[in-house]
Design a protein around this ligand. Structure first.
Ligand code: PMP
Length: 387
């Protein structure tokens, strides 16, 4: 592997070298005074990043899928109704997890490249008594962003708990968890949180915790049981020692540093910067004639772009771009898997990384004999990013 490659996939991303370096700090005891302080501060900072000052934070070793399971397994009891809003493949994963918990699952599946209209969701919420509604803020398979704020308001109105998958959004796309009324906001470390893969992160609201406390049956997962982790998180937040499962000490060093970098940037500035990067890449895609999977700009995520290959071009484009040192991702949605590619632009990505990526795509297209006006994409990106 060329160490200077630019990893522009929608997670994992190119991490800040300082975040990578801190992971090589000698591993401390997970109950040392220093580590307790560091983990406690990471949990405190997480509430600021999630914009949920009164929430209950959890950090557990595992990937984003564990975060999804941590979200659903603690709220669902057999027979509970769950409404899953599907804007790509990750909604299906929510349905699978909910069914494992013996929930009765209904789905609203948006047409490819779209998010469902709020009116349609409201009608469904009014038709039955849903305990939980799940939403994928940004579905990484389609690049579609859902209206998390509007959907959270509907869930509250109809008495459902809103579980929001922020794996491809948190710390990159605005979500004011507490103000918007999101009950469980979950993510993983490897995307806009900007920490190597391996941490599941979640913040639960008071309402979610209340529903958890009222459970009549045991949580049907040992490792994902909030009852096991809550005393641990409470202890670290109170700067005391506690143990259930060994925390991923070195990843938590990285988390602590990355969260402090995120807060130093400021959440508003960070969301605005992600929009700037996204506008830049999307303007370039348009200039190069690459149609996006989201059918209208308002459905497009700020953290990644999913675009169709031009006529006569396929996955060989990604190989050409990789020859230029830029790594992009292929398709994921089964309906269009071979027809599109995905570009992540989150975390420490710089405007110049966008320009390098667009330049590599231009050269890749040209190398494949596709007619391309060299520089047109780069120029459009420069203009849209105002750099
Ligand atoms: N949700 C979304 C939106 C994702 O993009 C992903 C992974 N790309 C997941 C959930 C699952 O996360 P993980 O692969 O870390 O288990």
């Amino acid at each position: 592997m060329n160490e200077r490659q630019l990893l522009m996939i929608p997670g994992p991303i190119s991490f800040d070298p300082a975040v990578l370096r801190v992971m090589s700090t000698p591993t401390d005891s997970h109950v040392s005074a220093e580590f307790i302080e560091l983990f406690g501060r990471a949990l405190d900072d997480m509430l600021q990043v999630f914009l949920a000052p009164h929430g209950y934070p959890f950090v557990v070793a595992g990937s984003g899928t564990l975060a999804m399971e941590l979200g659903l397994a603690n709220l669902i009891e057999p027979g509970d109704r769950v409404l899953v809003i599907r804007t790509g493949v990750f909604g299906e994963r929510f349905s699978d997890i909910a069914r494992r918990q013996e929930a009765v699952v209904d789905e609203i599946t948006a047409p490819l490249g779209e998010a469902p209209a709020l009116a349609e969701v409201e009608k469904q919420l009014a038709s039955a008594s849903y305990k939980v509604m799940t939403v994928t803020h940004v579905d990484t398979s389609t690049g579609v962003a859902a209206d998390a704020k509007g959907l959270a308001a509907l869930a509250r109105k109809h008495g459902a708990l809103m579980v929001l998958d922020g794996v491809c959004a948190t710390a990159g796309m605005e979500c004011q968890q507490e103000a918007w009324g999101v009950d469980v906001y979950l993510t993983a470390s490897q995307k806009a949180i900007s920490v190597p893969p391996g941490l599941a992160l979640l913040v639960a609201s008071e309402q979610a915790m209340e529903a958890f406390r009222k459970r009549k049956s045991l949580v049907r997962s040992y490792y994902a049981d909030w009852g096991k982790w809550l005393p641990i998180m409470d202890a670290y937040r109170g700067r005391k020692a506690a143990y259930f499962g060994t925390p991923a000490v070195n990843l938590i060093y990285a988390l602590r540093l990355s969260l402090s970098q995120i807060l130093a940037e400021g959440m508003e500035a960070r969301f605005a910067r992600h929009l700037q990067l996204s506008d830049g890449f999307k303007a370039a895609a348009t200039a190069l004639g690459l149609r996006q999977v989201p059918v209208r700009p308002e459905f497009g995520a700020a953290t990644l772009t999913a675009a169709y290959y031009p006529e006569g071009v396929g996955a060989e484009l990604l190989k050409k771009v990789a020859d230029e040192g830029v790594i992009l991702a292929g398709g994921l949605h089964p309906d269009i898997k071979t027809r599109y590619f995905r570009v992540g632009h989150m975390g420490p990505t710089l405007p110049s990384d966008i320009l390098a990526t667009v330049g590599a795509i231009e050269r890749g297209l040209a190398a494949l004999g596709h007619p391309v006006e060299m520089g047109a994409g780069v120029q459009a990106a420069q203009k849209a990013m105002g750099v």
